[in-house]
Design a protein around this ligand. Structure first.
Ligand code: NAD
Length: 731
């Protein structure tokens, strides 16, 4: 059974059906392309066929190209991969162009057979690029369907004609959110945006498409007609000029030039708009080749798609029976507990939300109410759904309500004795099989487990704030944590649709362990007299979402002070961050606590909007006359995080580099273009990384000392994704 099949009905309409066997959603493979090509040839050559409808045998059309294929295209493209890729892309263009021209006379545009796309549901990536080559797109009125070109989200761009066709169909302005932000729409919105042509009831989809095909419609595309003008104007038209200047500024503002795909996409649209359509496709193929040849694109696809999905599907889950959560007890209804209750109830899990007072418990539940009200206002949810979700949350002070819970997530104050007391109170009520998880961000799991009557069933489930927005959940195994607890935590994370990593128990686990040195390096530079704007901009140009000083403001100076004091107490003479503390404690004394006090390393207006870096900092920490170059500042900020990730791997906190990379991007926004810390090291190469660390260590201190693992890999010229391929199975 092939992915595409064709049947011609009595009316003379050939129906090409895409239906990949054994998959819930169609994805395009390299093998399927020639099959589609052959069917189009047959239909165009067959006199009995009047027109064609391309549709799907599933309730969706297609999820896109198999990204595993894209990741491997470069490797399989031969000795001259750029040429191999370009030639391959041009072959795909030829197939789609054949659909678009459909046998028309090249000079007169006469003849040809109408081809309609009939989309029963979701159509993404190549699943929209094929319809865009057809003459009319029909979509079923299926509000759950998502239609769009999300390629930019994984570091590539629509390179099978989607960029060129959509920008010519809608104009650069209309196409820009769809191409540059990967915005997805339901069918009605896709029609309003001009992406699809008709939205019809699902049971009339095929009939509507067929009727159109048989109506002898005009099929020539505007861009194949004489005198075509791009909607909104091409680049040298006064209106078009404004659009392109604006888009260019927007892309650079958003990406800081750190993401190659967005820039390449814009170049393909701009240059393509100046030439005839077929040349534009060639330009698109060249830019797409350029992006695919950039190591950033394969690293992003590997981390943000292939490995993220592998982890979500349980790549590191112990092979034991399903541990799906039925009833969860959330203890502590503060900022984190309220968020955990929300995401659990949204997943249909029964929740008992406990706090010291009924008022505090109710306040925690009110967070869910507010979230759902916002959803209703934005038409993302309904009053009925609100009632159902709220009905799942029992906000109470009564621990007895926890009876029957199969998972507890404790999110009370960060205090060992408070947590110990809660653990005991909970365990007096729940059954022996209940798994107890703590959301602590800093306290060792193994220590906290001592308060439990069964350390095997005790685990860390570390959420990030805000819980409903952050995609990562860090699961931490204490020394005695058993397999059932790990499976339970992973199944819970899957239920609430987040991405898990599983790490071992060491100070600050994984994410905080890496992000703290990043913040500290930024503060240390302030102490040295590095211009704060240089520090912040260097971070932004690396693709970090927040500079280190802004990050302190967001997480608050007092939290930094608290962590610094606790770390110093635990490490004693080995504590390395005295210089950092001096700045941090001084800020604390000035009562500049960050966003929460509307004053920190940044200034804020009355509405809490950042208005710029705080001038007053220079009075205490004067800016030095000699400033370091940008690369030095960037390398300090980058290696501060990356070396910590390598140490986490050396110390077996991380067991799988895929988790290190995915966790870094989703947990703290580590330069997504790089694919994560280990991917970044593979891009720059271990020998260069080790050499650079030696220089940084000599100039700035022992914290940059090359870890033994990296030294060894440099000596052997190894790559992380090759050396650790056995654990990084899908990498
Ligand atoms: P919070 O102060 O907002 O909430 C804590 C809640 O626990 C309060 O409502 C308090 O009344 C309640 N509480 C205290 N003792 C209790 C008891 N004995 N029984 C029942 N309820 C009790 O704190 P938070 O920011 O939500 O943090 C909670 C936990 O999550 C901490 O361990 C923290 O380290 C961790 N954490 C916080 C963040 C963050 O960004 N805030 C991120 C990850 C993890």
């Amino acid at each position: 059974m092939t992915d595409f099949t064709m049947k011609t009905d009595a009316d003379g309409v050939a129906i090409i059906t895409w239906d990949v066997q054994g998959k819930s959603m169609n994805v395009m493979t390299l093998e399927a392309w020639p099959v589609l090509d052959g069917l189009i040839d047959d239909a165009l050559a067959d006199d009995a066929v009047k027109g064609i409808v391309v549709t799907s045998g599933k309730d969706t059309f297609a999820g896109g190209m198999d990204l595993n294929v894209i990741a491997k295209m470069k490797e399989s493209a031969g000795d001259n991969p750029a040429k191999g890729l370009f030639d391959g892309l041009m072959e795909s263009h030829a197939i789609l162009r054949k659909i678009e021209r459909a046998g028309m006379d090249p000079k007169t545009n006469k003849g040809g057979k109408p081809i309609a796309a009939a989309l029963p549901g979701t159509a993404l990536g190549i699943g929209l690029e094929i319809p865009l080559a057809c003459h009319r797109i029909f979509a079923a009125d299926n509000p759950k369907a998502k239609i769009g070109l999300p390629e930019i989200m994984v570091g590539i761009f629509p390179g099978m004609g989607g960029t060129t066709r959509l920008s010519r169909k809608l104009g650069a302005m209309g196409a820009s959110p769809l191409l540059l932000e990967g915005k997805l729409n339901d069918p009605k919105k896709a029609k309003a945006a001009g992406v699809v042509d008709e939205v019809v009831p699902a049971d009339e989809l095929l009939a509507a498409a067929k009727a159109w095909v048989l109506s002898e419609p005009k099929i020539v595309k505007p861009w194949d007609e004489k005198g075509y003008k791009m909607p909104g104007g091409a680049p040298y038209h006064p209106a078009g000029f404004m659009t392109f200047v604006g888009a260019s500024a927007m892309v650079n503002g958003k990406t800081q030039g750190a993401f190659p795909a967005a820039k390449a996409l814009l170049s393909a649209v701009y240059e393509g708009a100046l030439v005839p359509f077929d040349t534009a496709l060639k330009i698109e193929a060249r830019w797409f080749t350029n992006v695919l040849m950039n190591p950033s694109s394969s690293a992003m696809i590997r981390s943000l798609f292939i490995n993220k999905e592998a982890l979500e599907k349980g790549a590191n889950r112990p092979a034991i029976a399903d541990q799906k959560v039925q009833k969860v007890g959330v203890i502590g209804a503060g900022m984190m507990g309220a968020g955990i209750a929300l995401v659990s109830a949204l997943a249909g899990i029964q929740v008992v939300l406990i706090d010291n007072t009924q008022e505090a418990a109710d306040k925690g539940k009110a967070y869910t109410t507010a979230h759902l009200d916002k959803g209703i206002a934005r038409k993302k949810t309904t009053p009925e759904k609100k009632e159902t979700v709220l009905g799942l949350i029992n906000a109470t002070t009564d621990y007895a309500a926890l009876a029957g819970c199969d998972l507890i997530v404790e999110a009370v104050f960060e205090d060992v004795s408070v947590k110990a007391e809660v653990t005991k109170k909970v365990q007096a009520v729940v059954g022996p099989d209940c798994i107890f998880a703590t959301n602590t961000s800093t306290l060792p799991i193994t220590e906290l487990a001592k308060a439990s009557n069964d350390a095997e069933k005790f685990i860390g489930i570390h959420f990030f704030s805000p819980v409903d927005k952050m995609l990562l959940v860090e699961i931490i195994k204490g020394k005695k944590t058993g397999e059932v607890a790990v499976a339970k935590a992973l199944d819970f994370v899957r239920q609430i649709r987040k991405t898990p990593i599983v790490v071992n128990d060491e100070r600050f686990f994984y994410a905080n362990r890496c992000i703290i040195p990043y913040i500290n390096e930024g503060i240390r530079m302030v102490k040295e007299g590095v211009e704060p704007a240089l520090i912040e901009n260097a971070a932004k140009l690396l693709g970090m979402p927040l500079g280190p000083l802004q990050l302190v403001d967001e997480t608050s100076v007092d939290l930094g002070v608290k962590i610094a004091k606790a770390t110093r107490a635990a490490m004693g003479d080995d504590y390395p961050d005295g210089e950092v503390d001096e700045v941090l404690f001084w800020m604390f004394d000035q009562k500049r606590l960050g966003r929460k006090s509307n004053s920190g390393f940044y200034e804020y207006d009355a509405k809490g909007k950042r208005t710029g870096l705080w001038d007053g900092l220079a009075a205490q920490y004067p800016v030095a006359d000699d400033q370091p170059d940008l690369t030095t500042v960037q390398h300090r900020l980058m290696f501060a995080q990356v070396l910590e990730a390598v140490r986490a791997l050396e110390e077996n906190v991380l067991e799988d580099i895929r988790e290190g990379d995915v966790g870094a991007i989703l947990g703290w926004g580590f330069a997504p273009w790089s694919g994560g810390p280990f991917s970044w090291l593979d891009i720059i190469g271990a020998p260069y990384a080790a050499e650079r660390c030696d220089q940084l260590a000599e100039e700035f201190g022992a914290r940059f000392t090359t870890p033994a693992l990296l030294r060894e890999m440099a000596d052997k010229n190894q790559e992380f994704y090759k050396r650790f391929a056995a654990t990084a199975k899908a990498a």
